[in-house]
Ligand binder design. Structure first.
Ligand code: B1M
Length: 233
């Protein structure tokens, strides 16, 4: 759009720049997000503030509109990609400044299933919300989950399945956690188009997450409970 081309990000006041970045994130404009992120950092914003007030806040709007059927997968992937471009700048700086990590999650698609678009979206949204995520990809047998959770010292185990034939494999993973005495060590979240809440309960997961925005909110809720339990112990 001609009007948009006329906007010079570096000439905007902080509030207007952040609002513009949210629009640009919504529109999946990665170059503009990189520019806006660098401008805020140059103006002395802490990396964590840029992440939360510009990128995460923008992605929250995207997540809501995705949930409400206003945005669709291609747009959301572009927005997520734009967010990743900003996050790539912030990631090393956040590590330096020790911004708080909300929690650590291992996520992967179960054995026999190669769909990964949804779980990649969940990964990006979780990272954007302040979680550390180890994404172990597709077609994961139970050993992959258990090894990754152990090595990564995960709080949360996330599983994705898109096929009615592969979703039962989630129960195999959970049963193995129980057999090894590990079930209570991890918050188990499951997701994927053919699942529902009843299925999540039936296989012994802590929660079913309808979409990436719900996954973030659910993970935050469970992590808060975990911290409260520790504090009360
Ligand atoms: Co496939 N496929 N596919 N496919 N495919 C489906 C799933 C299907 C519903 C299409 C259809 O027939 N209508 C159907 C399944 C039918 C069923 O089981 N009931 C199907 C089939 C049959 C197959 C094959 C068997 C086809 C064949 O070969 N004959 C085959 C299986 C391969 C295998 O896995 N072994 C197959 C292959 C493929 C492609 C490779 C071509 C491709 C995948 C590419 C890729 O992922 N890299 C593909 C695609 C793209 C689809 C559809 C069209 C789209 C899936 C998708 O990416 N959705 C799909 C139809 C559909 O779902 N409408 C279909 C977008 C994504 C953002 O949504 O993954 O649901 P979703 O993720 C959401 C939530 O579910 C949730 O958050 C995400 C973001 O909001 N979520 C989680 C997901 N995982 C989570 C984990 C969490 C939390 C939330 O953990 C905490």
């Amino acid at each position: 759009m001609a009007d948009e081309d006329d906007i010079i990000l570096s000439e905007l006041e902080d509030d207007d720049l952040v609002a513009q970045m949210m629009d640009d994130l919504y529109d999946g404009l990665a170059d503009e997000i990189v520019e806006g992120t660098n401008i805020l950092l140059e103006r002395g914003w802490a990396p964590y503030r840029v992440l939360t007030e510009a990128l995460v806040a923008g992605m929250t709007i995207v997540g809501h509109d995705f949930r409400d059927g206003i945005l669709f997968v291609p747009e959301v992937l572009l927005a997520a990609n734009a967010m990743k471009s900003g996050m790539a700048i912030l990631k090393p700086l956040l590590a330096e400044t020790g911004a708080p990590t909300i929690g650590k999650m291992v996520i992967g698609t179960v054995k026999g299933d190669i769909h990964d678009i949804g779980q990649n979206l969940v990964t990006m949204m979780m990272e954007g919300a302040g979680f550390e995520v180890k994404n172990i990809g597709i077609n994961n047998p139970v050993e992959n989950y258990i090894t990754a959770c152990d090595e990564f010292d995960a709080d949360i185990l996330g599983m994705s399945a898109l096929l009615t034939t592969t979703m039962p494999y989630m129960k195999i993973v959970i049963d193995q956690l129980v057999a090894e005495g590990l079930r209570d060590k991890y918050i188990v979240l499951v997701g994927g188009a053919p699942l529902n809440e009843e299925f999540g309960k039936a296989i012994g997961a802590d929660a079913y997450c309808r979409d990436a925005a719900v996954a973030v909110e659910t993970a935050k809720t469970f992590m808060a409970r975990k911290h409260n339990q520790r504090a009360g112990a």
